[in-house]
Design a protein. Structure first.
Length: 604
C-alpha cells in the first residue's frame, strides 16, 4: 500500500493534470478516506470552471464545508519545516507556502516538493546578497507572491522574484518598480493587489520591460480604494495617459484585465480596447466612464464585465445589450451605474438576457417600473445569481416582484435595503439569500420556514428576529445576524446546526453577559468563525470568552475593544490567550463626526 501511495503521489507531483489527482481520490475512497477524496474531486471541479459557473459555485460550498471540518488536520499531516508555513489547498493538496526569506526557501526546496505539489510561494523579505536563486531555478514554481516591504537587497541577475511566470505584489503602499525593474524572464500573469497608490508609474515601468510582457495573459492593476484628494504631487492613478501607455504595449495575448478605480475615462478605454483583441474578462469599475461603447471594438467575445460605480445612465449602458462582443457574456456587474427602468427593459429584451449567469444591478434607481419590467421579462435561460440590493423598491414594488415567475430558478439573490414581500420568500429556492436591512412586508414568521430547509448562506443583518430563527437548517453554513435584535434563546439552537461554520453576531442587540457566559461554557458547536465585533463586552465577559478552551482553540474569534481600557493584568491575560492583536477597533461614524465637530468648535 505504501508503494502504491508513493506511486500515485509521484504522478501528481509530475503532472498538472486533474487525472492523477482523481485516481488518487478513488484510491483514498477505497480506504475509507471519503472526506479527502471528496475534497480533491470538488476542488478539481471548481478549478475546471469559471468562478461564475453554477457548477463551480455549488462545488465550492462543499469545499468550504470540508475545509472547515478537516483543513487543520490535513495540514498537520505535512512535515514541520523551520521557517515554512503551509497555506491553502488547491485541487486537494497544499499548493501554497509562506517563507520569511529566499534562504529559507532554498534550504527546504526538496522537503517542500516531496511533501506536497506546491506551485506558489509567498515571501515577505528579499535579501539575496548571500542567497541568489539556484542556477537551475525552481522548475515547479508557478507563482511568487511578494508582500512588499524592501527590495534594496534584491539580486540583480538571479532573483527569486524572476523565477516564476506569475508575480503577485501585495500590500503595496509605495513605488514597487524595484520589484520588476530587472525582470528579464517573460511574465504570464502580473497582479498588484489590495489598496495601492499606483497606476501611471507602474504601467510605465511595465512598458519599459519590453518583451518581458509580450506573453501576458492576465494583468490586474486595480486598486480597492483611491482618495480623490490623494495628497500626491502626481496623480497615482493611470488616468488617460496610463491607458495610452498600456495600449502602446500591444498586449495581444491578454485575456484578463483589471483596472478598477484607475480612472482611465471613456476616452482612455476607447483608445485601449483595440489593442486587446483576445480580451475575455474586463474590470473597469470606478473608472469615470460615461459610456460603455468603447468596450465593444472588434475582438474576442467578453465573458465577464465589471463596470460598477460609473455614471453611465441608460444611454451609456445601452451599447452592452446588442453589441457583437457581448454575444457570450456570462457575468455582468453594473452596481451603482445610475440605470433606470428603460435600461432594464432593453436588457431583458436583448439576446444577452439568455446568456447571462450572473447579473448585479444593485444600487440603481429601478423603483416600481423597474420591478414591473423584471416581473414581465421572459424567463432567462441561464441566470442563477442576481443582485438587486438598494434598488428603491417600495412596498408596491415588493408586491410586484413577489409575482415574478422566474425568481424561483435563482441560487443566489440579494434584496438587501429594499422593501421585500414576505409572500415571495416561500417561493424562493435560493441557496444564498441576503435580506440585510430589508423591510419585510406581510408576515415573515411562516415565510422564513421554507428558507431554512435549503439555504447555505443567509444574511439577515439589521432585522428583528426574535422567534424567527431556525431550530433546524440542515444545509446552512454561514449566517449573518449583524445588528439584529435577538436573545440567547435565539442563539442557542444555531450552535447545534450540523453544518454552520460561520456566524456573524457583530453589533447584535442581546444580553451580553448571558451570551458570553453561554459561549464560554458551551462553546460554539460546529462554528469555526464567530464575529462578536462592535459589542463592548466588559472585562468579566471578555475574560470568560478568552478562558474558554473550546472557543480559543477551535474558533476564529473576532472581538471589539480597546485594550488600554482594562487594567494591566487583564490586558496581559487577554493578549496571552487571544494574541497581541485580539481586539478589533471600530470607530463609530456618528461618534467620529461628533468628535470632529467638537474639535472644529474648539478651534473657532
Amino acid at each position: 500500500m505504501a508503494d502504491r501511495k508513493t506511486e500515485l503521489l509521484d504522478a501528481i507531483r509530475t503532472s498538472d493534470e486533474d487525472q492523477p489527482r482523481l485516481i488518487y481520490a478513488d484510491w483514498l475512497e477505497e480506504r475509507g478516506e471519503l472526506a479527502r477524496a471528496n475534497l480533491i474531486r470538488r476542488q478539481c471541479e471548481v478549478a475546471a470552471h469559471p468562478a461564475w459557473d453554477r457548477r463551480a459555485i455549488e462545488a465550492q460550498w462543499e469545499v468550504d464545508q470540508l475545509l472547515a471540518r478537516n483543513e487543520d488536520e490535513w495540514r498537520a499531516e505535512l512535515p514541520e519545516l523551520e521557517g515554512v508555513r503551509w497555506l491553502e489547498l488547491e485541487r486537494g493538496f497544499v499548493s501554497h507556502v509562506q517563507v520569511a526569506n529566499p534562504a529559507t526557501l532554498y534550504a527546504n526546496l526538496d522537503a517542500i516538493r516531496d511533501a506536497s505539489p506546491v506551485t506558489k510561494v509567498s515571501i515577505q523579505a528579499i535579501d539575496e546578497v548571500d542567497a541568489p536563486l539556484p542556477i537551475g531555478g525552481i522548475p515547479w514554481l508557478r507563482t511568487i507572491r511578494f508582500v512588499h516591504h524592501d527590495t534594496k537587497r534584491k539580486h540583480p541577475t538571479r532573483s527569486l522574484l524572476d523565477a516564476a511566470p506569475e508575480l503577485v505584489i501585495d500590500n503595496v503602499y509605495y513605488d514597487c518598480s524595484a520589484v520588476i525593474s530587472t525582470r528579464r524572464k517573460p511574465l504570464v500573469k502580473f497582479t498588484v493587489d489590495d489598496e495601492h497608490p499606483m497606476g501611471g508609474s507602474l504601467v510605465t515601468q511595465l512598458r519599459e520591460l519590453g518583451d518581458v510582457t509580450a506573453d501576458l495573459r492576465e494583468l490586474r492593476l486595480g486598486t480597492k480604494w483611491v482618495d480623490n484628494d490623494t495628497g500626491y504631487y502626481d496623480d497615482p492613478t493611470m488616468r488617460y495617459d496610463g491607458a495610452m501607455t498600456l495600449a502602446a504595449m500591444k498586449l495581444v495575448k491578454l485575456e484578463i484585465l483589471d483596472l478598477a478605480r484607475q480612472r482611465i475615462t471613456s476616452t482612455g478605454l476607447e483608445d485601449l480596447m483595440p489593442s486587446l483583441p483576445r480580451l475575455r474578462e474586463l474590470d473597469v469599475s470606478g473608472c469615470e466612464l460615461g459610456t460603455l461603447a468603447p468596450v465593444f471594438h472588434d475582438g474576442a467575445s467578453l465573458v465577464r464585465l465589471v463596470a460598477d460605480n460609473n455614471a453611465l445612465n441608460d444611454s451609456g449602458a445601452n451599447p452592452i445589450w446588442t453589441a457583437p462582443r457581448t454575444a457570450e457574456l456570462q457575468s455582468l456587474s453594473l452596481d451603482t451605474c445610475e440605470l433606470g427602468p428603460y435600461a432594464i427593459g432593453e436588457l431583458t429584451r436583448s439576446p444577452l438576457w439568455q446568456t447571462l449567469r450572473v447579473l448585479d444591478l444593485s444600487r440603481n434607481p429601478l423603483g416600481l417600473e423597474g420591478a414591473r419590467t423584471l416581473a414581465a421579462a421572459a424567463r432567462p435561460a441561464q441566470l442563477h445569481t442576481l443582485g438587486l440590493a438598494d434598488c428603491d423598491f417600495d412596498p408596491e414594488s415588493a408586491e410586484v416582484l413577489a409575482g415574478c415567475a422566474w425568481l424561483d430558478q435563482l441560487i443566489d439573490l440579494d434584496l438587501s435595503d429594499n422593501y421585500v414581500s414576505a409572500a415571495l420568500l416561500p417561493r424562493l429556492t435560493a441557496r444564498v439569500l441576503s435580506l440585510a436591512n430589508a423591510t419585510l412586508t406581510g408576515d415573515p414568521e411562516g415565510s422564513l420556514a421554507n428558507l431554512w430547509q435549503h439555504a447555505v448562506k443567509v444574511d439577515l443583518d439589521g432585522q428583528s428576529l426574535h422567534g424567527l430563527l431556525p431550530d433546524t437548517a440542515p444545509e446552512l453554513q454561514e449566517l449573518s445576524l449583524a445588528d439584529c435584535e435577538i436573545t440567547l434563546a435565539d442563539v442557542q439552537p444555531l450552535l447545534s446546526l450540523p453544518k454552520l461554520r460561520a456566524l456573524d453576531l457583530s453589533g447584535a442587540d442581546f444580553d451580553q453577559g448571558e451570551v458570553a457566559g453561554y459561549l464560554a461554557s458551551h462553546g460554539a458547536g460546529s462554528v469555526v468563525a464567530l464575529d462578536l465585533r462592535r459589542i463592548k463586552f466588559g472585562s468579566p465577559d471578555l475574560l470568560a470568552l478568552a478562558r474558554s478552551e473550546p472557543l480559543v482553540t477551535h474558533v476564529d474569534l473576532k472581538l471589539h475593544g480597546e485594550p488600554w481600557e482594562f487594567p494591566q493584568p487583564i490586558r496581559e491575560e487577554l493578549e496571552r490567550r487571544l494574541g497581541k492583536d485580539w481586539y478589533y477597533h471600530h470607530d463609530d461614524p456618528d461618534e467620529e463626526e461628533e468628535q470632529e465637530e467638537e474639535e472644529e468648535d474648539e478651534e473657532d
